[in-house]
Structures are given as C-alpha cells and as structure tokens.
Design a protein around this ligand. Structure first.
Ligand SMILES: [Zn+2]
Length: 286
C-alpha cells in the first residue's frame, strides 16, 4: 500500500455523449471463449469463476473480485472444486494476485477462511473490503477495511494498481448491509464491479461514472438495464453476473425462464451473460 486511503479530488464534471456511447456499443463484438487452456489475451482478460467471482488480469497485474466464497449459496454457481483449490492456495494462474477484493460479506461473495488461505499463501497481496467483511477475517491477514460515505469515493493504490472504492447500497430496505463498488484501473482497461447493489437509475446517474471512462461494467443481472448501462457508458461492454443456476427455483426467473432471461439480457448493447465458470473475456481487442 502506497500511503493511506485518500478522498478523491473533485473531477471534471463534463457531460459525456451518453447516447452516442450507448449507440457505439451496438454491434460491438465480444471475445468470449471457454476452457482453461485458452492462451491469455495480449491485452488481458476477465476470467469468470462463479456467481460474481472473477479474476481480472493483464500482463503484470491480477485482481480477484468476489471469487473466494467457499461453497456459496444454493442456486448460484460455485467455483469448480479444482479451480477453487488453486484460487485458495494461490497456485496455477492465481499465484501472483495483487489485490483480493470482496464487495460485501454475504456467503455467495466472501468466505473469510478462503480469503485467509489465499492471502497467507500469497503475502504480496492485499485484501480490501467492507469493515464487516474484514472484521470476520482471522488475525494476521493483510487487509484494509474501507467504507466511504455515499458520494465520496476513496482511492487506494497497491502494487501499481489504482483502486477507487465507491459506496453502493445493497437495497435501501437493507441499510445494515455494507456493499462496495470497485473501479480497478489496469494499464489496459478500467473495470467496474458493483457487488449486489440495487441503485436506482437516478442514483446511477448521480455517480457520474462516464467521466471515469469505464471499459467494462460487471453488474448483477438485476442491474443490467438500458438506463443503467447508459448511466455507466462502458466503452467495451457489460458482463452480467449472479445468474441463478439452471436448477434454481423457477420463481427466480422471469416467465420466459432462464434461457429467456439470458436472451433478453444479451439483446441489450454490449452485454454478455456469465454462464460457465472458465469463460474468458478479452479486455480489449488484440
Ligand atoms: Zn448480497
């Protein structure tokens, strides 16, 4: 960690041509492949692990987000056993992770024992999450608890990665649940991950995210809507996360069913739905 967290300086308040950006995503191509043997893209990639868990990496940097959650919750994808073993033991392609992030403490996003195993096997890494997640970790784990006020993002830096932490509520009816949004800045791309937030369209607009130049927005399915995408204006695309598994109760899906939900989401510009652990998405065109 280079210095402590700091209030973000007020940025420029330029108005982005949101509709234009949205329109530019129409017909946007997606580089989605599956299989662990896939060669890493030159410009980095997002590796989907399960539920909202991803590894984001480019040549020199690697960040795990919501990927260490143990068994998770019934109805949502867990990380396959062998991959989970590697993530938790910091082996394979998870041996050089710089930052380990959790948006909130819920069981399908965070397991303190799993996080502690990764961090102990990988002493260079730092864990960043909410106070109520960090407070669940055993002693001696390199962790930073952050809980900015709404509208006052905090910036951290670790091993050359700039991380902006934004408070994003997990439903106004659940004020006790601390939930964070993260903007991870790699040399090749800026990635937004928002955990389980339930912001309204007005709240998304108030965040003025277009001025941040987000490349990829990683959103739970319930936030994947035209108005939200327009308010974020991601330059490359949207990865929809937290899709229930096929064996989840039918009532968790719209009347069109799971396939219908996937089709409806992917009709929105630039949207890819994360369906299979191991899917890889290139951060930029080669
Ligand atoms: Zn949650």
């Amino acid at each position: 960690m280079n210095g402590g967290p700091q209030r973000e300086p007020q940025g420029r308040r330029g108005r982005w041509p949101r509709l234009l950006l949205l329109a530019s995503l129409v017909g946007f191509g997606v580089w989605l492949t599956t299989g662990a043997t896939q060669a890493e893209s030159e410009h980095g990639e997002i590796l989907y692990l399960g539920n909202e868990g991803v590894l984001v990496r480019d040549g020199e940097h690697a960040v795990l987000i919501d990927a260490l959650f143990g068994d998770g919750l019934d109805g949502y994808a867990a990380v396959p056993e062998e991959v989970r073993r590697q993530v938790e033991s910091a082996t394979g392609e998870f041996d050089d992770v710089d930052l380990v992030l959790a948006t909130h403490f819920h069981d399908d996003h965070f397991d303190p024992a799993a996080v502690a195993r990764q961090l102990r096997a990988n002493p260079e890494a730092l864990f960043v999450s909410t106070p109520d997640a960090v407070g669940r970790l055993p002693a001696g784990v390199a962790a930073r608890a952050v809980l900015p006020e709404e509208g006052e993002p905090v910036v951290l830096e670790h091993r050359g990665i700039r991380l902006t932490v934004i408070r994003m509520h997990h439903g106004r009816n659940r004020p006790g649940i601390q939930n964070l949004g993260f903007v991870v800045e790699l040399p090749t791309a800026k990635i937004l991950h928002v955990g389980d937030t339930e912001l309204s369209e007005e709240e998304w607009l108030a965040l003025e995210l277009p001025r941040r130049g987000i490349d990829w927005a990683l959103l739970p399915t319930w936030q994947v809507k035209a108005g939200t995408i327009e308010a974020i204006a991601p330059r490359r695309g949207v990865l929809a996360l937290h899709l229930p598994e096929p064996d989840a109760p039918a009532g968790w899906f719209p009347s069109s069913g799971r396939d219908g939900q996937i089709a409806a989401l992917e009709r929105l510009p630039g949207v890819v739905v994360a369906q299979r652990s191991g899917a890889r998405i290139a951060l930029a065109a080669d």
